[in-house]
Design a protein around this ligand. Sequence first.
Ligand code: SF4
Length: 305
Amino acid sequence: THNTHRLPELLERTLATGRPVMDVWEREGEIVEELPVHRNPGIRAYVNIMYGCDNFCSYCIVPYVRGRERSRRLKDILREIETAVNQGYREIMLLGQNVNSYGKGLAEEVDFADLLTKVDQLPGLERIRYMTSHPKNFSDKIIRAIADSKHVCEHFHLPVQAGGNHVLRWMNRGYTREEYKELIRRVREASPNCSITTDIIVGFPNETDEDFQDTLDVVNECRYDGAYTFIFSKREGTPAAKMTDDTPLSLKEKRLAKLNELVNSYSLKHNQEYLNKIVPVLIEGVSEKDPTKAFGYTDTMKLVN
Ligand code: SF4
C-alpha cells in the first residue's frame, strides 16, 4: 500500500517487457497527492486525512503494515472534499487509523479539531463523520469543535476494547478505565443528545472473570448505543500473539454472548427513545430488503427504514 502511486509505471514496465514486475516497499514514503479518485455513487464520500498509526496496541498489526502516522496537508483535504461536494456528495467520512493525531508532523500548525472546524465551514455539505478516533487523545478541543459545529455528527465511536486496567495495560491502550469513563462524561456533557458506540475485545490472553466483569461494568456505566464485539484473535507479528493464553474458547464464547446480550439491551433502550420522534434522516437509497422503503441514517448513526 506504500507505492500504489507507482501502479501506472509498473504496468507500463510489465507491458513493455512482457514480464511480471514486483515492487514492494518496506517503509512508507511521502504522501503522493492528486491520484485519480473513483467514488461509488451515493451520498457519502470517504476522504483520507492521514495514514499509519504510532500507537502499537499489542494485538494490532496496523502500525507494522501501514507505517508511522503521516497527515495530508489541510489544503489537499479541503480541495478533495470540495470536489466531492461539487459532484453531489452530501456526507464526508474523514478516514484515518487514528484521526485525533491529525496534523502531527505537518509544517503548518493544525490539529484534528481545526480540520473539523474548517470542513464544517465548506458550503454544500450536510454531514461530517470521521473514523477512527482513539480515546487516548480525544481532546477537549475536539469535543468542543464537534459541539460547536453545524455539520459534524454527534455520533462518537470511542473504542474501549476492555474494561479492566491491567488488560488495558497489556493491550497498550494508553488509558485507564477511569480516564476512559471521564472522557465519556465530558462527551455527554458537551453533546447531551449524542450517541456513543465502541469496540470491545473479549478473551484477550489471560483475561480473568474479574477482568471480564470490569468490561461489563464499563458497558453498564457508558450505556453504549452499540458495540462491535470480538473474540481476541492472534495477529502474527504482534506482541499479543506471543502471550500465553490458556482461556478455553468455549469460555470466551460464553463471555461474548453475555456481553452481546448486555450491549443489545442498551441499544434497544436507546432506540426506544426515538419512538414517536421526528428527526432528520439523510436518505441513502432504496432498502435492499423492501423496495417500497427508503433507508438512511440519523445524525447519531441510527439506521432508519
Ligand atoms: Fe493503531 Fe488502532 Fe491498531 Fe491501536 S488498534 S495500533 S490505535 S490502528
